[in-house]
Design a protein. Structure first.
Length: 312
C-alpha cells in the first residue's frame, strides 16, 4: 500500500481505495466499488475472494486483475484461481506462457521491496553472524544445510525459520537455529548483522503444485530485501538474476560445491563484500521498490484496454 500511497501524493489524476479481504465485511465490497467507480480493480489476496465477487465486478464493466506472487510453485492452484479475471500479473517471468496458454492476458511484474521497512541499521551482538539464513526448511534447503554442517559449525551461524527440526544434523546445528518464523522487523536486524546472508531459492515443485515442473526464473523477494538492508548476499543463480542486478552487486552459485567455495571466499574478503552490498543497495532503491513496480503497472494499464481512463 505504501507504493500506492506514494504515487497518489505525486499524481493528481491518480486515486485509489482499498478493501481488506480478511478484515472488512465482504458484503460491503460491491457497494464500495460502485461508489468509488474505479477504472481498474486489482486483487492481491485472491484465494480469499470468492469468484462470484469477481464476476460481479466484471458485470459492472470494470476490468479486474489478480497479482499472484507464488509462481511457479502454485500453478496448479492458480490455474483455477485466475479463471474469472481479465488480467493476471505474475511475479515470475517463466510463468507468463502458462497463463497465456489458458487464454489469459498476463504481464510479468517482479516482486520488490519497501525501502522504508528494509533498510541499513546498526544491530547488537544478538543479531550478528558470519552466515545467516532466514526462511522455511524446504527440501533443497535441508539438503544444503545438512551438507554445509561443518562450515556452519566453524563459523558463527544463525538459521531462522520453521521446520528445521527435519534436518538430519539438527542435533549438531540446534545451537545455531531459531526454529520459528519471525516478523519482518526482526528479519531486518539479522540481515544487517550478517557478513553473508544466504538466499537459497526453492525447487520448482516442492509443494507438488507445479505438475509441469516449470522452472522459476525471477529472483525471490528476499533478493531485493537483503539488498535494501545493504547486506551482502550469496544467492542461488536464476535466469533473470543478472537482468536485475550486476554480477558485481550480488554473488551467486549453481551447485553446492560452488556455494561452499564462495562462503570461504567471501568470508575472508570484507572490503569486497561491502563494495558489492553498497552497489546492490543503490540499485534496489533506484529500480526495485514497490513504488517503481506500481508505477510500471500503471503505465501498462494506461496503455491497454484494461484501463479505460475516460470510461463513461
Amino acid at each position: 500500500m505504501a507504493g500506492l500511497e506514494s504515487i497518489e501524493k505525486k499524481r493528481a489524476n491518480f486515486h485509489f481505495d482499498k478493501f481488506m479481504i480478511r478484515q472488512d465485511k465482504r458484503k460491503e465490497l460491491i457497494p464500495k466499488i460502485k461508489a468509488f467507480r474505479p477504472d481498474f480493480v486489482l486483487v492481491f489476496r485472491g484465494p480469499f475472494l470468492p469468484a462470484h465477487y469477481v464476476k460481479s465486478v466484471r458485470k459492472m464493466k470494470i476490468p479486474i486483475g489478480i497479482w499472484v506472487v507464488d509462481d511457479p510453485y502454485r500453478l496448479k492452484t492458480h490455474k483455477e484461481l485466475v479463471q474469472p479475471y481479465n488480467l493476471v500479473i505474475t511475479q515470475d517471468s517463466n510463468s507468463v506462457p502458462f497463463y497465456q496458454g489458458l487464454g489469459k492476458t498476463v504481464i510479468h511484474l517482479p516482486l520488490a521491496v519497501n525501502p522504508e521497512k528494509y533498510r541499513p541499521m546498526k544491530v547488537g551482538e544478538k543479531y550478528q553472524s558470519d552466515i545467516c539464513f532466514v526462511g522455511s526448511a524446504f527440501p533443497i534447503r535441508l539438503r544444503y544445510f545438512d551438507q554445509l554442517t561443518p562450515i556452519l559449525l566453524k563459523n558463527k551461524t544463525k538459521i531462522i525459520g520453521q521446520w528445521w527440526e527435519k534436518l538430519s544434523n539438527y542435533s549438531k546445528l540446534k545451537k545455531c537455529i531459531l526454529n520459528t518464523p519471525i516478523p519482518p522487523d526482526e528479519v531486518i536486524k539479522y540481515y544487517n548483522g550478517a557478513k553473508i546472508v544466504l538466499n537459497i531459492h526453492r525447487t520448482n515443485n516442492d509443494r507438488k503444485d507445479n505438475p509441469k515442473n516449470i522452472a522459476a526464473h525471477t529472483p525471490n523477494n528476499r533478493t531485493y530485501e537483503i539488498a535494501a538492508c545493504k547486506s551482502f548476499q550469496l544467492t542461488t543463480w536464476r535466469t533473470d538474476l543478472y537482468q536485475h542486478f550486476a554480477e558485481g552487486e550480488i554473488a551467486s552459485f549453481h551447485t553446492l560445491n560452488e556455494l561452499k567455495e564462495k562462503i570461504y571466499y567471501y568470508l575472508s574478503r570484507q572490503e569486497e563484500r561491502e563494495d558489492m552490498a553498497a552497489k546492490a543497495y543503490q540499485n534496489v532503491r533506484r529500480m526495485h521498490t514497490y513504488q517503481k513496480r506500481i508505477h510500471d503497472l500503471l503505465e501498462y494499464l494506461e496503455g491497454h484496454v484494461h484501463y479505460k481512463k475516460n470510461r463513461g
